[in-house]
Design a protein around this ligand. Structure first.
Ligand code: UDP
Ligand code: MG
Length: 328
């Protein structure tokens, strides 16, 4: 276990990076310099040592060349280039892995987020939060994007018992050690606050500015909403049940089998003593199936248990999350 001196912001140790800004960039040719012009003054005014990690997610326009020029101009700005387009979440993960700051800030490259909000977010972090999430109170996207995401936000809040208004806002700040404990798959970066809060991490939300995209085009359409919903199901399942698959599959299995068994018995009694033929009763087929489906569910629960155990034992991954250890 790492021994962390969390929240230690006095950087007497020379040159230690305190803040890493991670920005996924995909075909944002016209935004790169604009982003720099907006972001650099804010960061240099902070008076904290910073780096900016620009992750080129396999752009096929002039983005990469511009990012390189940007690095030549100011080597606080570092560039990671993906071989192909892997998506926003993997781009963020790469940035997190590469970042050396104790605080990591994420931001969109298209300037829909306002870099001017960064000091406000950091102030909130200094109050002792582990994650501070931006809330696009006055969101400048099409209604066709806003409406599904309002619903998704409500569902996430109910399922994960975190109360944020806006999960999809990229402008967020995290303590590095929180991110070290979270694996990111699919389109899941938006759920970091929900997952983290389940781990017992302190999450805050503050309203931030949001602007319409001026240059380039949005990379996502309506299909994203469906993926978001599938991700919600996956995460809910993994967080709540993956440690006890037998409980969920087993319970459903026992219930199904039991109902099947009782009704089948009743039908058989009727056949034997009241001479009602079984072959004309579709219900019989249904209830017999229920017995077997239920048994298969129980088996699935058992398989789940074995997989879960193999995972934790094989990878040495604990089934808990530690904040710090006091032992001196
Ligand atoms: N992005 C990325 N890879 C992708 C799609 C998007 O790195 O496959 C970046 C994009 O360059 C931008 C951010 O993720 O910096 C958000 O993308 P976009 O503005 O298209 O999404 P929206 O604002 O509509 O959520
Ligand atoms: Mg955008």
């Amino acid at each position: 276990m790492k021994n962390k001196e969390t929240k230690n912001t006095n950087s007497l140790s020379s040159g230690k990076i305190e803040i890493s800004v991670v920005i996924p960039v995909y075909n944002e040719d016209d935004n790169v310099w604009l982003l720099y012009d907006n972001l650099e003054p804010v960061l240099s005014k902070l008076g904290r040592n910073y780096e900016v990690i620009l992750v080129d997610d396999g752009s096929n326009d002039g983005t990469y060349n511009k990012l390189r020029q940007l690095h030549e101009k100011n080597n606080h700005f570092k560039v990671i280039k993906f071989r192909r387009n892997f998506g926003q979440t993997p781009a963020m993960r790469a940035g997190f892995d590469f970042a050396s700051g104790g605080i990591i800030i994420t931001l969109d490259a298209d300037l829909q987020n306002d870099p001017e909000d960064i000091p406000k977010i950091l102030e909130k972090m200094d109050e002792g939060y582990d994650i501070v999430s931006g809330w696009r109170k006055n969101r400048k996207d099409k209604a066709s994007r806003r409406f599904p995401s309002t619903i998704a936000n409500k569902i996430i809040s109910v399922l994960f018992r975190v109360r944020l208004h806006d999960y999809g806002c990229t402008l967020k700040a995290y303590r590095k050690e929180v991110l070290d404990n979270i694996e990111l798959y699919g389109e899941m970066h938006r759920y970091i606050p929900a997952i983290a809060s389940w781990m017992g991490v302190k999450v805050a939300e503050i309203p931030v500015n949001h602007r319409a995209r001026k240059f380039g085009k949005a990379k996502y359409g309506i299909s994203r909403t469906i993926r978001v919903i599938l991700d919600i199901i996956t995460i809910k399942f993994i967080l709540t049940y993956s440690k006890k698959p037998m409980q969920i599959f087993g319970l459903a299995g026992v219930f199904t089998s039991l109902v099947g068994f009782i009704v089948t018995s009743y039908l058989i009694v009727e056949r034997l003593f009241f001479d009602k033929p079984l072959s004309t009763r579709p219900l019989f087929i249904l209830t017999i199936s229920m017995i077997f489906i239920g048994m298969q569910m129980i088996t699935m629960g058992l398989l789940g248990e074995i997989m879960m155990r193999t995972y934790h034992e094989g990878t040495g991954k604990p089934t808990y999350v530690i904040r710090e250890i006091v032992d001196k």
